[in-house]
Design a protein. Structure first.
Length: 269
């Protein structure tokens, strides 16, 4: 039996982190971190620390085989300044720490909000141009680019995963078109951790969805075979596309794309 690889998980206390931890422990020695204490279980250790601290990042990744980076500030109305440490500095800290520690693989949790201003009537593949719907989406474009830089300069093997909606149950027809099950996210993590010729790739984090917005051909070419079925994971109060406000279904980013963009510091609102 092959020895388990050590996987660092950031953002372990977030919604996705909580859902993924028990699944990831089945296949990895998990080294989790968050800004609040968690009870480790099974093949898992927990380190409490601040990812804006380079020394902590270096300690966190030492001896690991790969990193799954979920942590970050998220929200529809984030200001640019609110994203600077959590979504810019932290990803650079982790990438540099991985480079210095010879960590081979890095899976970056990007987001569909990186292309959120594209029309929801489009079908997008991995070559779609950036169209962030706010400062959160903008920070994900930065993260993807930073990963590409470390892949090109230092040979880090990178998988950027533009995650759709990862709620356990689907509440509406917009999210149904971009839904990702926890089990399928683990499949993408496995792909990022094991693909023999991975360089730097960008794929979509989606399961099998009706009327899908994303053409996940690149993930499929790399070997991704989703098993989750969005159509059978509706919440009890599920609302169809027709029941949603039209302004929230025009763009891929939904509600995020409808909000006024806060100006950077120093400009009047």
């Amino acid at each position: 039996m092959a020895q388990k690889k050590t996987l660092v998980l950031t953002g372990a206390a977030g919604n996705m982190g909580r859902d993924l931890r028990p699944l990831l422990r089945e296949g990895y020695i998990l080294r989790s971190t968050a800004r609040q204490s968690l009870q480790a279980a099974g093949d898992e250790t927990f380190l409490l620390g601040d990812l804006t601290d380079p020394k902590f990042c270096s300690k966190l990744v030492a001896g690991a085989d790969g990193v799954l980076h979920l942590a970050g500030a998220v929200g529809p109305a984030l200001s640019f300044e609110q994203t600077l440490d959590a979504n810019y500095r932290v990803v650079l800290n982790l990438l540099e720490a991985c480079h210095r520690a010879n960590v081979e693989r890095f899976i970056f949790a990007s987001s569909h909000h990186a292309v959120g201003l594209h029309s929801a009537d489009e079908t997008l593949d991995h070559t779609a141009p950036p169209a962030p719907d706010g400062y959160y989406g903008l920070s994900k474009i930065f993260g993807e680019a930073a990963c590409a830089m470390y892949a090109s300069r230092y040979g880090l093997r990178v998988l950027n995963v533009r995650i759709g909606n990862a709620d356990p149950e689907i509440v509406d027809g917009r999210r149904e078109r971009i839904w990702l099950s926890a089990e399928d996210m683990v499949k993408l993590v496995d792909l990022g951790m094991t693909h023999p010729t991975l360089g730097c790739e960008t794929v979509y984090g989606v399961s099998n969805c009706p009327s899908p917005i994303f053409d996940n051909c690149r993930a499929e070419a790399l070997g991704y075979r989703p098993i989750g079925q969005a159509a059978v994971n509706h919440a009890r109060d599920f609302r169809s596309l027709a029941q949603l406000p039209p302004q929230e279904t025009r763009s891929i980013g939904g509600y995020f794309a409808t909000l006024t963009l806060p100006p950077p510091d120093g400009f009047d609102a």
